[in-house]
Design a protein around this ligand. Sequence first.
Ligand code: KPL
Length: 313
Amino acid sequence: MRIIIIGAGSLGLMYAARLAAGGASVAMITRGEKQAIALRDGICLDKADRQSISGPVPAASLDQAGSLLQPSARDWIWLTVKQAHLNDAFMDKLKDSGLLAGEASLLALQNGIGHMERLEAAFPGNPLYAAVTTEGALRVNERHVRYTGHGVITFGKWPKGAEKDRNPQKMLLKTLYAAGIEAELSNDMGNRVYEKLLMNAVINPLTAIYGIRNGALAEDGRLKEEMAALHAETEKILLASGMKADSNSWQRLLQVCKQTAENESSMLRDVKAGRTTEIDWINGGISLIARRQGLPSPLNDAVTTAVKSLSMS
Ligand code: KPL
């Protein structure tokens, strides 16, 4: 079983480095040939006070990947690119690459909503899995990544109930454990995606707007009030849309801020780097759900507008 990771950004590099160090067979698909060549010297991982370098990681750009790697039904393809990259052009390139022709399992690790339905429609022949993670990582350069926050990756079949064989999931779980990666299986990923969405809808826009790390959000009284208001509005909308009630959700949100205290959220990093953020798929997605439910979403609308104006400035 191989794990082929498409997207050599922070999360992709962090998981590839840890999996490779744990003895898993890993390959990476990069945007360009230059990074693919660099990765063949291994990935440098900073974890706590230690730095380690994995063995060479086979890597190729998407254009070359299918013929080089030829994944089979036993392999996993992890999609760690951001939502903004999952546009029609990327989907066409992925189809043309042949990477998914051998019916490999496809695991999607995007923040926000909307991507699973698009992947399901584009790749009906591949077992599809949704995943959410609360781990933090920061890309230092094209082959160097810092592990910035311990968390857990949760994954499961999409859509719910579509699984015929749980063995591939169990195999993947075993491989993750062997690499010291905290992981869990879920048979209710729809709800997990909503729970993660609720977290991202509060932490990501506020850290991006105020330019602060995750930990700083929960330390300031006024910011905590803003967090609480955005959390309450978002939770109400998602509950109306079918998310299961969870009386601990506010506490869990504070816990993620604490666990990833030193982390800059992915949205803050996107804003700083002048990249398209995931705001349309996070708070924009929530505003869309609210409209369908006939609910107001003034705070989600406001942070969407604010983050968009930041990314344009
Ligand atoms: O998912 C994240 C993100 O930054 O996108 C969190 C969990 C908030 C960690 O930073």
